[in-house]
Design a protein around this ligand. Sequence first.
Ligand code: FAD
Length: 387
Amino acid sequence: MCASVAARRGRRVALLDHNGQPGRKILISGGGRCNFTNLYCGSGNFLSDNPHFAKSALALYQPRHFLELVERYGIPWHEKALGQLFCDDSARAIVGILLAECEQGNVEVVLNACGIKVKATSGEFRVECSQGEFSANALVVATGGVSIPKLGATRLGYELARQFGLNVVLPRPALVPLVLGGNEAGLTELAGIAAEVVAWTDGAEGHGPSGGRFREKMLVTHRGLSGPAVLQASLYWRPGEALVLDFRPELTGRLAGKAELLGALRQPGARRDAAALRQALHEALPQRLANYLADEGGPQGWSNAALEEYERRLHRWKFHPVGTEGFAKAEVTAGGVDTRGLQARTMEARAVPGLFFIGEVVDVTGQLGGFNFQWAWASGVAAGRAV
Ligand SMILES: Cc1cc2nc3c(=O)[nH]c(=O)nc-3n(C[C@H](O)[C@H](O)[C@H](O)COP(=O)(O)OP(=O)(O)OC[C@H]3O[C@@H](n4cnc5c(N)ncnc54)[C@H](O)[C@@H]3O)c2cc1C
């Protein structure tokens, strides 16, 4: 994106990638259909040490701009969940658009460019790699995060940032399954079970349009918890924090207000015992999950107060993850090049004229749902207009 925008402004651009195929993450994204943007993208959908940084680039290049590009190329698309736009056919179409745009600007695409080393001398950047030497008065680093190393992710971007004196906010896996340990590891025997929940962590409280709470599916895995609700919450999760799940989110529409799990037990004259508890949970949750929750300790007695207390617990069930499944499974890397060292309108390093950082390598991380690509496009355009 950055290369094509710069080339259209008449810049001579070489685009170096050590992979033999461009855009590999795009190709596998969104289950092969690429969730290329989100119509409701705002700065609240992003996490950064510097929360206002992303606003300027996101305002300059909005979801509708990328959508115009997709439509100009006649790529069929659809809105899957609220605001999430996907290709109807294949993510290849998105890589195709970017390559076509680059070709129109005569961008020299250099693949298999391995062993990149950068030196700077009197306002000029010299890049050495297995494909030769390149020099220019501007260098844009777009090496992404470190998640999914088998697709070619490396730490080069962070190393270059440090080489030029920029700080790096500790990179950590995000949009990633969480691992359970100790007694809670017992839940993994239910691997494969899914349920709609609201998930959140202390760190997410009040964040973004959803207030840091994500009402989506959670999935029990062989190691802990995943599914969109938990992946979203993982963006904000820090070691030591609890992951909180509401197992019966407030219902909407016709059933509004009937979010109680134990309502049946609280009816006048209703049975109040372990069997009735199990029955009530079975009605609302997958059977094995209901059994797990019941086995983890029911109410402290059968009084109204005890049932109310237990009801509250079911709406704020706390797990204590012992870690994440790491960069090998993370959809993105949170943290990265510290935005305090970058100009928000151009992505240029404040202290190093001509050096730019864009995309996931920067400490701006989007929620699940097309936000990470929108950031990649928007920050790429911002730099492409400035180099
Ligand atoms: C499985 C998966 C699914 C995803 N689905 C979506 C989705 O549907 N929607 C969404 O918004 N986001 C999604 N994401 C996130 C999204 O793919 C990234 O945020 C986005 O690709 C970041 O773009 P980027 O250009 O900054 O980095 P990348 O796309 O990672 O590109 C970085 C490039 O730099 C190259 N590179 C790295 N190191 C070196 C080096 N040392 N030398 C030379 N070249 C190097 C790489 O080969 C790569 O081509 C997904 C991520 C994953 C892993």
